[in-house]
Design a protein around this ligand. Structure first.
Ligand code: NAP
Length: 535
């Protein structure tokens, strides 16, 4: 296949129609580029299209988990709750697609299979499941960090006689669990949100827990109209405050620049009580060293363990639900009635920490030789995060080098935006950028705007291609490791490290610190794209 044989000539192919793909398309229109979004789902929305499990909602407040690039959009859209449901976020994404006239350039129900860089023409050849070959100067991977579902390869899985579901591939028509015995495998964010809903409907729920999770209450509530009006009157400043905080949200409830180790017991209790009452991820911002110092972290751990003991009636179940790990090392969960759900007579907790699920029989999971008979299995088992969606596409850069080879020892990027040897290919919220440690929308906006500016600068300078220099990429990988090494993130087997997928190289993939990262990105541009090679 050469560009001459192409079915469609474009300037830019964008893979994925979630928040990232839609904003990239909008900006491509602004640049006058011929751009097309290719999306595997039958609709737009990305993660919010797929994750329709009961109870799914965002745990970043809705006033922040929304686009800030368009003043009119943020003024006219009305969120109804502090934390928006999946349905409300999907409605918002649909609205964005219509409002900015994006649909004509989005091809749905189509999977990108391969992206190959043609050395002779300097263009990308993109093949997809619709049989159409696109040739484009730029490829933007807007494939999401948590989009490649991870279903563990447990022996006998496919021979289960009942229904199986993955939280990230939930049937659009919904699932009726009434009268059913349901196994839920996993206790991460998706499980924590869905278990209370499934338990309210099903006859019996068996939760298979490999690692106990830390959860803090959401305290979701309807949005107060006066508070919303106040935010909207000063939205730009409000968003800037968020961007200036390390996770790109919660600027209005910022991290206290105080060490937990300097607080006495009464102060700790007061501070954690306050954060517990506010609810949500701001809990981890009570002190500035909770993710840096194990002794500081232990104060938060002791507090939450105390709460679990208060909330769960049966002491044995409470003990099993109480983690002995670092709070926030795996992503902190935000719950509504998760712990209290274990007080229901129809819910039981099955510990598979030392005795894993050995196989799945036709009738249900088997643990320690004991069959747990169920009608349905819900895999709340997460994702092949950050790299999975990219590596499932056959991406080949210069000289036909597969991305999978370039990343065989773990992902390497420059700024999380580009990979050496893959010119004009951009990865929105790629590994090596703050991405999943932040409010994703803020990170997406920053990346899309950086890519947009890079293309303008490329054309203004008369260049055709941009890609990282090897040395700059090596330095960046070293820098990301060094920053991560100062944190407690290496202290557990998280998906941040790829530890949830057997055989995946263990590399801490995101970069802590959004404001510092933004400053580096800006400085690199000011230094005439330092570390990038432009030809
Ligand atoms: P996850 O955090 O990776 O949790 C997966 C769960 O499945 C873990 O408890 C894991 O146990 C368990 N598991 C995996 N394989 C297993 C096996 N073979 N046997 C037993 N247990 C097994 O996935 P997730 O809950 O879908 O969440 C992923 C991320 O998506 C979150 O961290 C968050 O960033 C995002 N998310 C956000 C929201 C929100 O905004 N509210 C909601 C859902 C998801 P181990 O811990 O032992 O590995």
């Amino acid at each position: 296949m050469t560009p001459a044989d192409a079915d469609r000539e474009l300037d830019m192919v964008i893979v994925g129609a979630g928040f990232a793909g839609l904003y990239m398309l909008h900006n491509a229109h602004g640049l006058g580029l011929r751009a097309e979004v290719i999306e595997r789902g039958d609709g737009v929305g990305g993660t919010w299209y797929w994750n329709r499990y009961p109870g799914a909602r965002c745990d970043v407040p809705s006033m922040e988990y929304s686009f800030g690039f368009d003043h009119q959009l943020e003024q006219e859209w009305e969120w109804t709750e502090k934390y928006a449901t999946q349905a409300e976020i999907l409605a918002y994404v649909e609205h964005v697609a219509d409002r900015f006239d994006l649909r004509a350039d989005i091809t749905l129900s189509t999977t990108v299979e391969a992206c190959r860089f043609d050395d002779s023409t300097g263009r990308w050849v993109v093949t997809a499941s619709d049989g159409v070959t696109r040739v484009a100067r730029f490829v933007v991977m807007a494939t999401g960090c948590l989009s490649a579902a991870n279903v563990p390869d447990i022996e006998g899985r496919d021979g289960f006689a009942g229904r199986t579901f993955h939280t990230g591939r939930w049937p659009h028509e919904g699932v009726d669990f009434s009268g059913r015995r349901v196994a839920v495998i996993g206790t991460g964010s998706s499980a924590v949100q869905s278990i209370p809903f499934i338990a309210a409907e099903a006859d019996q729920v068996s939760v298979f827990q490999r690692t106990a999770t830390w959860a803090v209450p959401a305290h979701n509530e309807p949005l107060d109209l006066a508070a919303v009006a106040e935010i909207k009157a000063d939205y730009a400043n409000w968003r800037q405050k968020a961007r200036d905080s390390s996770s790109a949200f919660g600027g209005y409830y910022p991290r206290r620049e105080v060490s937990a180790l300097d607080a006495d017991e009464a102060e700790l209790a007061e501070q954690y009580d306050e954060r517990w009452e506010v609810g949500g991820l701001s809990f981890l911002r009570a002190y500035n060293d909770l993710l840096l110092d194990e002794r500081a972290n232990a104060t938060a751990a002791a507090y939450i363990r105390g709460k679990i003991a208060e909330l769960v009636d049966d002491p044995e179940t409470a003990a099993l639900l109480s983690p002995d790990t670092i709070v926030g090392c795996k992503r902190l969960c935000v719950d509504t009635d998760y712990y209290a759900t274990f007080n229901r007579p129809n819910v039981r907790l099955i510990d598979v920490s030392s005795d894993p699920i050995e196989r799945i029989d036709a009738a249900g999971p088997v643990v320690g030789g004991m069959l747990h008979e169920v009608d349905d299995i819900v895999f709340a088992t997460g994702f092949d995060a950050m790299t999975g969606a990219l590596e499932r596409i056959a991406i080949e850069g210069r000289g036909g080098r597969p991305l999978r080879d370039a990343w065989s020892a773990g992902p390497v990027t420059y700024l999380g935006l580009q990979v050496a040897g893959f010119p004009n290919l951009f990865t929105i919220t790629g590994p090596g950028s703050p991405s999943v440690l932040t409010n994703m929308i803020a990170s997406i906006e920053q990346h899309v705007e950086w890519i947009t500016d890079a293309i303008v600068a490329l054309d203004a300078g008369g260049f055709r291609t941009i890609e990282p220099a090897d040395e700059a990429q090596d330095r960046w990988v070293g820098y990301v490791n060094e920053i991560a090494n100062h944190t407690l993130f290496h202290g557990c087997s998280s998906w941040y490290l790829g530890a949830n997928v057997p055989g995946k190289p263990r590399v801490f993939m995101p970069l802590p610190g959004f404001p510092e990262y933004r400053a580096v990105c800006e400085q690199i541009v000011a230094d005439d794209y330092r570390g990038f090679v432009r030809n």
